[in-house]
Write a protein that binds this ligand. Structure first.
Ligand code: SF4
Length: 211
């Protein structure tokens, strides 16, 4: 992890990290941007979030928009119709149940429409500075398995396995480091093993075509 910390210096940060910095770690905007980011390119997530927050920045103002308005603002993120419905329903629940605030526990966050463990963990880490959560997306799942840290089939299993196999001081950083590495070097197809700073520590489990 220390080697990765040095290696990612100067690389493009994941979209949610940028949004988190831009929005002074506002929990609501981090939550909504994370909802938009699923299966969507970083640049598209960033642009869609910026358009949406330019129009409405709070659960109350965003809940007043129609689903069609939200669709138009977030297009072309993947599954924009579903995501628009989730964003509106999520804002309504924040208003009706949480007094317009993003709740600060996993149990409450996963009650929100469209919010699974990945989104909830990232909100806990970025917005609430939790040191007890690991956010696992496809990059973290893939690279943890290639490195041999875990042997799992699903991201949900990877999250639980990482709690057992990694040192807690790294938990809030695993997502940032591995997502950045996954976008730039340890790509899903044709990982750049020849240019990889941690190649000596990596058994490359399941990698068939390293370049
Ligand atoms: S050596 Fe290859 S498989 Fe291992 S972390 Fe680096 S890029 Fe990924």
């Amino acid at each position: 992890m220390r080697t990765l910390a040095r290696a990612i210096t100067g690389l493009e940060l994941p979209a949610i990290e940028k949004i988190s910095e831009d929005q002074s770690e506002d929990p609501f905007q981090i939550l909504i941007a994370t909802l938009l980011s699923a299966r969507t390119q970083d640049a598209t997530t960033h642009a869609a979030s910026t358009r949406l927050f330019h129009r409405a920045r709070t659960p109350r103002t965003l809940a007043r928009l129609t689903v069609k308005d939200i669709e138009r603002l977030i297009y072309p993120v993947s599954f924009y119709r579903n995501k628009a419905r989730h964003v509106k329903a999520c804002c309504r629940m924040l208003e009706s149940r949480f007094d317009g605030r993003v709740p600060g526990t996993m149990e409450e966050l996963v009650m929100l429409p469209g919010v699974g463990r990945k989104t909830a963990n990232l909100v806990m880490i970025l917005a609430f500075k939790s040191r007890r959560n690991i956010c696992v997306d496809t990059h973290v799942h893939r690279i943890s398995n290639r490195l041999g840290w875990v042997r799992t089939k699903l991201p949900e299993e990877t999250e639980q396995a990482l709690y057992r196999t990694t040192d807690q001081r790294w938990w809030p950083l695993i997502n940032l480091y591995l997502v950045t590495w996954g976008q730039n070097v340890c790509r899903p197809v044709y990982p750049r093993c020849g240019d990889c700073a941690i190649a000596r520590e990596c058994p490359r489990i399941g990698v068939r075509t390293p370049s």
